[in-house]
Design a protein around this ligand. Structure first.
Ligand SMILES: Cc1cc2nc3c(=O)[nH]c(=O)nc-3n(C[C@H](O)[C@H](O)[C@H](O)COP(=O)(O)OP(=O)(O)OC[C@H]3O[C@@H](n4cnc5c(N)ncnc54)[C@H](O)[C@@H]3O)c2cc1C
Length: 408
């Protein structure tokens, strides 16, 4: 087993975790990471937060220092875009230095993450329009920010709102344009949406809901955004309208995909020799009794560990409650579980104090929570959700009663 050759496609959180966990589990075979990016695996969350604001240095983004890969004998091949998987030959073709190369595998891991959903009405030649997924994107945004006064953010999701908070703090006039009737509509309750809407507006960010973008104007550089609510001056535009799983490589190779690369609870794809982890997977969730695709660091890390276990023959199934966070201004939001089909929710704490939690229930059981500046509530809710703890809702609503004593 230990003379196997493992190839990992992708240079992100999941890929780094697979390699590190394999070595932790004493796997001594060959490990190679093929990444289309020019950087060693790095964390993306700070890109729309402290890295964009300039508070975090680039070196702090890296998940592991260069010497880790040397010491652990993990080969990292950067600037290499994998173009094809030949399953019959157990071989990949990738582009490198303007040429094409082949590499063989015994086990393959696809950890290709997601890519930004592109906007249809965008003029590709206009300067000042940006997406935000990578270090390179942030570098371009930072240089575009110099001399800019008016920022328009298309999409009121977490990343768009994080950028709004940073840009507002840097002194730009920021407008968020959201097509839906409220920001964060896809991911959270009206209470949380309206809290964030008011908070941003109190800091001077303008939020336009029920507003669609009809075009972006400018000669060389963007000058305004045309919307269904009128024209907005803009010298920089950030498009944050969601992401799509990078699954074409798998699909072209005949591996099953369905809004993500379909894996089982051991992160195995429809090919017994090929595994997948992170944002690109559609995986079974025992808690929610359906297949889900997540975009979160926690999922990438845990699936990375699951893949490593599967490769070395340990049968450890992936069975995690999702969690995620978002930092905007001094607000730290921690999200546990999925709240899509709750039938009741309760608020604990005071919205005016910027420290409160919303707990979501289905058929009497907690299924999710959104906790703002309430770390203990977040931690306890993860436990309640995973252990299906019966909660006394009246005790939960009473902040005087410790969160540890709200069971019924
Ligand atoms: C701006 C931003 C802020 C975020 N904030 C948070 C947050 O606050 N909390 C949170 O939990 N999550 C956050 N996320 C999400 C989190 O970063 C992702 O869930 C996580 O990075 C997923 O890791 P991954 O390894 O699956 O994919 P990625 O990190 O996207 O890595 C995929 C890698 O695969 C490479 N690749 C793709 N195709 C190929 C190919 N054909 N050949 C070679 N390489 C390829 C890509 O270049 C990339 O390096 C944020 C993401 C972004 C972009």
């Amino acid at each position: 087993m230990d003379d196997k050759k493992i190839i990992i496609i992708g240079g992100g959180q999941a890929s780094c975790q697979v390699a590190a966990s394999l070595r932790q589990k004493k796997f001594t075979g060959d490990i190679s990471i093929l990444s289309s990016e020019s950087y060693l695996p790095y964390q993306r969350p700070p890109l729309s937060k402290k890295y964009l604001s300039g508070e975090l240095a680039a070196e702090r983004l890296y998940l592991k220092p260069e010497k880790f890969y040397e010491e652990q004998n993990i080969e990292v091949i950067l600037d290499s875009y994998v173009e094809e998987i030949d399953r019959k030959k157990s071989q990949l073709t990738f582009s490198k230095d303007k040429g094409h190369k082949n590499i063989e595998y015994d086990n393959l891991v696809i950890a290709t993450g997601t890519e930004a959903r592109l906007m249809a009405k965008e003029n590709p030649n206009l300067q000042g329009i940006h997406y935000l997924r990578s270090i390179d994107d942030v570098e371009m945004i930072k240089s575009s920010l110099k001399g800019s006064k008016n920022m328009v953010i298309i999409g009121g999701g977490y990343i768009g709102l994080e950028v709004a908070a940073v840009a507002n703090t840097l002194g730009l006039k920021v407008t968020v344009v959201e097509m839906a009737s409220r920001i964060l509509e896809r991911v959270t309750s009206p209470t949380i949406s309206s809290f964030y809407n008011s908070f941003h507006e109190s800091r001077g960010v303008k939020i336009l809901t029920n507003t669609s973008v009809q075009g972006i104007n400018g000669d060389n550089r963007v000058s305004s955004v045309e919307t269904s609510s009128g024209s907005i001056d803009a010298d920089i535009v950030i498009v944050g309208i969601g992401v799509l799983p990078c699954q074409a490589l798998a699909e072209d190779a005949g591996i099953k995909v369905d809004n993500g690369i379909v894996v089982d609870e051991f992160c195995k794809t429809s090919d017994d020799y090929i595994f997948s982890a992170g944002d690109c997977t559609l995986h079974p969730s025992h808690f929610y009794n359906k297949n889900i695709r997540l975009e979160s660091v926690h999922n990438a890390i845990e699936q990375g560990k699951t893949v490593a276990s599967s490769i070395i023959g340990e049968k450890v199934s992936y069975n995690q409650i999702p969690w995620f966070w978002s930092d905007q201004y001094e607000l730290k939001l921690q999200i546990a579980g999925l709240n899509n089909d709750y039938d009741e929710y309760v608020v604990r704490g005071n919205l005016d104090e910027n420290s409160f939690s919303v707990f979501y229930f289905k058929s009497g059981y907690m299924i999710a929570s959104d906790c703002i500046n309430s770390a203990q509530e977040h931690m306890m809710s993860r436990k309640f959700i995973s252990e299906k703890t019966k909660i006394d809702i009246h005790r939960l609503q009473n902040k005087e009663i410790s969160i540890k004593e709200v069971m019924s």
